[in-house]
Unconditional design. Structure first.
Ligand code: TMP
Length: 210
């Protein structure tokens, strides 16, 4: 039997709780013996980890928004070729903590780059691996900021106006493509959020197996 794959991405502000929820979903899938991998962008390959260090902790004055666009997509292109594409081909559930929508909101809504230009670059890196489901944990900025680690990278140390643009950018994207997005109130209790996610993923897996 051909086991169907599923490609799930998690998105939201830093501190929204997506990394925890991605991990909890991954654990659930393992528990029910479903083949799954959990990845994170930027990173999850040796090249991606190098790029992550550069974009998150490099000298702020030296990275233009277009440079950021290419660096995130270089990391992505490698991750897609090295891991995501082969995993999907063998029926694995692929979970990625941040993906192309992060580039649209951070480099587009946040840094001001043209969204269509970003889509074109994203598409090159994607190699036709489009997410089936994107989960947005929507949290007010104050809640996300309160949950963040104390040391801030180049993005976390941006001002409130920047982060507000990120939040509304995500909501715009979700509104424009409701069939792909699951928007969850990130202020709900952790186990309630997990239950909503598992219910949705179970439904998609069952539909695929029909
Ligand atoms: P994280 O590793 O803590 O998730 O941080 C990654 C940061 O990089 C986060 O603040 C969002 C930002 N980012 C972009 O600006 N564009 C992108 O395409 C991605 C994947 C992340």
């Amino acid at each position: 039997m051909n086991i169907p794959s599923l490609f799930i991405t998690f998105e939201g502000l830093d501190g929204c709780g997506k990394s925890l929820q991605a991990k909890l979903l991954y654990r659930h899938l393992k528990k029910i013996s479903r083949k799954a991998i959990l990845l994170h962008e930027p990173g999850s390959t040796p090249l991606g980890e190098e790029i992550s260090r550069l974009v998150k902790w490099g000298d702020t004055t030296r990275l233009s928004p277009v440079t950021e666009l290419f660096l995130f997509n270089a990391s992505r292109a490698q991750l897609v070729s090295e891991t995501i594409k082969p995993a999907l081909a063998e029926g694995t559930v692929v979970i990625v903590d941040r993906f192309t929508d992060s580039t649209l909101v951070y480099q587009g809504y946040g840094r001001g780059l043209d969204l269509d230009m970003i889509r074109q670059v994203n598409d090159i890196a994607l190699q036709d691996c489009h997410p089936d489901l994107s989960i947005l944990l929507d949290t007010p900025l104050e809640v996300a900021t309160g949950r963040r680690k104390k040391t801030s990278d180049r993005f976390e140390s941006e001002n409130d106006a920047f982060h507000r643009k990120i939040r509304s950018g995500y909501l715009d994207l979700a509104e424009s493509e409701p069939e792909r997005w699951l928007v969850i109130d990130g202020t709900l209790e952790i186990n309630i959020i997990t239950d909503i996610i598992i219910e949705k993923v179970t439904l998609l897996l069952e539909t695929d197996e029909d």
